[in-house]
Design a protein around this ligand. Structure first.
Ligand SMILES: Cc1ncc(COP(=O)(O)O)c(C=O)c1O
Ligand SMILES: N[C@@H](CCCC[NH3+])C(=O)O
Length: 435
């Protein structure tokens, strides 16, 4: 049995429970592929982050990075828990606003925000824009010049720290497309420009060093670097920083080979580092903002699939094909990401064979799990892949014109649809006849 599963996750019939509901019944009721979230896990992770700040008596924002999973229902849960949220597109912002998410608790990241996206954010009264580059400053100034409003900003800095993670999801090293470069002095130039504009309220600095990081040192180094930068600006310009935002990136467990520390422990180390450094420099303790995405929704999400065909290549491999794949979870194909799967109807059964769990897409690389020990299965059985809640549905596509799955939130045994399954009609909805 997967170490991610405890006795509480299994019912008397030996079926997997998700949020207290029988996974096989969820599959029956809502169909597969299905993404099911145990909402209590989402809530308790946000609470755990908040608790660290409160125990250490540091002003904070736990700003859920909604790129990991954006949906109206998700923003509602985050708001209920007193979290803030970060968006990276007009679409995410629109969804958050549709959820009535408090706009002053929304921040906006991204390396190429369009004029229209910035107008939307500014006119909605966004909490903060995390400014990435000089072009963006031009656009913000242009927009504000025709308005009487002002806007809060943080400057995103590339701290020159390369976190130990997959190359495509590491963002803090010098050669990154994100943020103002430190070494060449870009960050300081950006700061001076922003300070000159009375409608731009320079609240602080931001860095995000990457994702799925297990080592706390990169975060501590980045946090200390941010304090050094603002200490320098205080020295030169008398600037007092209000916010230090250290981004997200706290690693989670996907398989037994992953042994992360609890996500909130990263935060404790970051707070201690900022406290020590600001005290040493005789600075006021700023607010600390974090932007966790994966750690909030990853472990809470399960992908349920129905097994269909099987291909045995004697002496080489057995492929079990399921009714989803890279269209609802591109991470294995994109990052060689690994997951664990289990048979939802017999969680504790003894493993009898090692199989590859293949998707249904027309790509040889569409393999969801490369090696999984499972009991004997048959067509119609339901497989659950664990910890798929982050960047799974969020990165879903309609490749091969497969409809996107449904998403349900489950809590206290009750399941509620938060994103309906796409229909074939939805798929052709935007098509126009040519002939
Ligand atoms: C700016 C920013 N903040 C937060 C996150 C969330 O990261 P994670 O999901 O790894 O916590 C990301 C994505 O890596 C990001 O780019
Ligand atoms: N999509 C990536 C993480 C991207 C992080 C975005 N800043 C993943 O699945 O791991």
């Amino acid at each position: 049995m997967s170490e991610q599963i405890t006795e509480q996750d299994i019912n008397q019939e030996n079926h997997l429970l998700i949020g207290g509901a029988d996974a096989t019944q969820l599959a029956q009721q809502f169909g597969t592929p299905l993404v099911a979230y145990d909402v209590s896990k989402i809530r308790s992770q946000i609470k755990a982050f908040k608790r660290v700040f409160e125990e250490k008596q540091v002003p904070y924002a736990v700003s859920y990075a909604s790129k990991a999973f954006s949906a109206i229902g998700m923003y509602e849960v985050v708001a209920q828990e007193g979290g803030h949220t970060d968006v990276v597109s007009g679409g995410e912002l629109y969804t958050a606003l549709q959820a009535n998410f408090p706009v002053e608790d929304i921040s906006f990241n991204g390396n190429n925000k369009s004029y229209d996206e910035l107008v939307m954010a500014i006119d909605a009264g966004i909490g903060a824009i995390i400014v990435d580059n000089f072009h963006e400053i031009d656009l913000i100034e242009q927009i504000l010049s025709t308005r009487s409003t002002s806007v809060n900003v943080l400057l995103r800095i590339t701290p020159g720290i390369s976190a130990h993670t997959h190359e495509f999801i590491s963002t803090g090293q010098e050669d990154s497309k994100f943020g103002f470069d430190l070494k060449s002095g870009q960050a300081r130039v950006a700061f001076e420009r922003v300070m000159k504009n009375s409608k731009i309220n320079m609240r602080g600095v931001h860095a995000h060093i990457g994702s799925q990081i297990f080592d706390v040192h990169g975060f501590v180094a980045a946090a200390e670097k941010l304090v050094d930068i603002v200490a320098d600006w205080r020295e030169s310009f008398g600037y007092e920083v209000e916010v230090i935002n250290v981004g997200g990136g706290f690693g989670i467990r996907y398989t037994k080979d992953d042994t992360p520390i609890p996500a909130e422990s990263f935060v404790a180390a970051i707070i201690d580092a900022v406290k020590a450094k600001t005290e040493a420099l005789n600075m006021k303790m700023p607010e600390i903002w974090i932007e966790p995405g994966r750690s909030v929704v990853g472990p809470a999400g399960y992908s349920l699939y129905t097994i269909g065909s099987r291909k045995d290549i004697p002496g080489i491999n057995a492929y079990l094909a399921v009714d989803g794949g890279m269209g609802d979870n591109i991470r294995p194909a994109l990052y060689q990401a690994e997951y664990e799967a289990l048979l939802a109807s017999n969680v504790n059964a003894k493993s009898e064979e090692v199989v590859r769990i293949a998707g249904k897409y027309c790509e040889s690389g569409d393999i969801l799990v490369w090696q999984q020990a499972l009991p004997q299965t048959k067509p119609g059985d339901v497989i659950a892949i664990l910890a798929t809640g982050a960047y799974g549905y969020a990165m879903a596509s309609n490749y091969n014109r497969n409809p996107k799955p449904a998403v349900v939130f489950v809590e206290d045994g009750q399941a509620k649809l938060v994103i309906a399954r796409e229909s074939y009609d939805d798929l052709v909805h935007l098509d126009r006849h040519y002939v």
